[in-house]
Design a protein around this ligand. Structure first.
Ligand code: CTP
Length: 421
């Protein structure tokens, strides 16, 4: 792996950028650079991708800043190259997508926060001012990539020194009151990069969160930020730190009861919805409803939260008894798969794990050979009865009573005739 020092040379950084960029983005990037050169406009690589380039980490998305007009530039690019473009005029930014790759292009700007947690008002600025409004020094560098300032590293807050010292440092004392999501961002970078949050920065963070700063963040922004943790390489590591700093309870008090942190089985990447179930595991039903509101959860998330609580209330049954296939299906069929997964990962009881494991592996995906339309053709009236009967057929299958389509039809018709008598 490259060390930071051999990459500090701007030209070397540009070579590395060329080699690391997602090939789908290369033509877009080339077009933006060409157009910037034509107009003699400064263009910079900024933020996360530059930080990762300096650290020798893979680059995912690209963040560029122009001192010209980002929308005009993006429009000119979209006229040359087929790509999807989403403009955000309020923030003077535009996102270009090609296949699954993404490039953000912004006009250099400063932001003014009218109140804590509010979205900022945006004013045009030069690149240095733009960098000095950002969250952490390691994210506040820029590398010139158009001719006018090619290969110049702009680092007004000594971010490079902090990269060397592996420090997450905020730029000023209001950083977290301006935007409380930065508290979670600091912890995320600290754990992802194995850095340390610089002591003054940590004090600012803790002070802000003790002043209930998370209440200034809208549910949607908070949910988005938590969702980003789910997709980290080691979410458990991040959540352990979030819990240790009492940030979890500053976000939503009942989460302080989260007692799953020591569970080694969570030390891996999991589907984000499984993490939703894991977070909900400590809550009672009232708290779960409050949590759903606090994060303005979409339907899928709230189903996982509520199903996890439902499943938890059945733990004593699951732990003690040896259950039949039919009982397992009755208990689990309507429960979201992610809740089942979350509970089986957290609950230490081997019987609980084995019941859920067996069900997910052998029974969950068993489907009748007949479908709803087949049943309607056989004369079953459209509506909830169809679903009920499909379930009955599935259970007969699981019990080994029937195996063929003809046998399924037999069950359906005998059921129908019983209904009619
Ligand atoms: N930024 C900020 N304050 C925030 C969010 C973002 O100052 N609350 C700035 C940072 O300079 C960051 C840049 O905007 O580098 C882009 O944001 P984002 O894409 O979220 O961050 P990345 O650094 O690209 O992080 P990641 O590697 O997690 O994608």
């Amino acid at each position: 792996m490259s060390t930071i020092s051999n990459l500090e040379n701007g030209q070397e950084l540009l070579y590395r950028l060329e080699r690391s960029i997602n090939p789908s983005l290369s033509p877009i990037m080339k077009a933006i650079i060409d157009l910037s050169n034509q107009d003699k406009l400064p263009l910079y690589l900024v933020g996360g991708p530059l930080r990762d380039l300096l650290l020798g980490r893979p680059i995912v998305d690209i963040d560029l800043v122009t001192e010209g007009n980002s929308h005009e530039l993006a429009n000119a690019v979209a006229n040359k190259i087929t790509c999807r473009m989403i403009p955000y005029p309020r923030f003077k930014t535009v996102t270009l997508y090609k296949d699954t790759a993404r490039l953000d292009l912004a006009t250099s700007r400063v932001e003014h926060y009218k109140a804590s947690g509010s979205l900022p008002t945006v004013f045009l600025s030069n690149i240095s001012q733009d960098l000095m409004r950002r969250d952490f020094t390691i994210n506040s560098m820029a590398l010139g990539i158009s001719k006018i300032n090619q290969a110049t590293l702009i680092d007004p807050t000594d971010g490079l020194a902090d990269l060397h010292q592996k420090l997450i440092r905020a730029q000023h004392s209001n950083s977290f009151t301006d935007d409380a999501t930065r508290i979670l961002r600091a912890i995320r970078y600290e754990q992802r990069l194995s850095f340390t949050i610089e002591s003054q920065t940590l004090n600012w963070m803790l002070e802000a969160q003790s002043n209930d700063i998370f209440s200034t963040i809208t549910p949607d922004r908070l949910r988005k930020e938590i969702g980003i943790i789910f997709r980290e390489e080691q979410p458990l590591k991040v959540f352990k730190r979030v819990a240790k700093l009492q940030t979890l309870e500053a976000i939503f008090k009942p989460l302080s009861k989260s007692n799953w942190m020591e569970s080694e089985s969570l030390d891996k990447q999991l589907d984000p919805l499984v993490w939703v179930g894991i977070l909900a595991y400590a809550l009672n039903l009232d708290e779960a409803h409050e949590f759903i509101l606090r994060l303005n959860m979409p339907n899928k998330w709230s189903k996982v939260v509520l199903d996890t609580i439902k499943l938890k209330s059945a733990i004593s049954v699951l732990a003690k008894t040896s259950l039949s296939v039919l009982q397992l299906c009755e208990l689990f069929d309507k429960i979201h798969r992610s809740s089942l997964k979350a509970v089986s990962l957290i609950n230490p009881d081997s019987q609980v794990k084995s019941h859920i494991g067996q069900y997910l592996e052998h029974y969950r995906n068993v489907k009748p050979l007949l479908n709803g339309k087949d049943l309607i053709k056989l004369g079953i009236p459209e509506g909830p009865l169809v679903g009920k009967l499909l379930n009955k057929i599935k259970l007969a299958r699981l019990n080994g009573k029937i195996t063929t389509k003809t046998e399924e039809k037999k069950i359906a018709t005998s059921w129908l005739s019983k209904m009619l008598t």
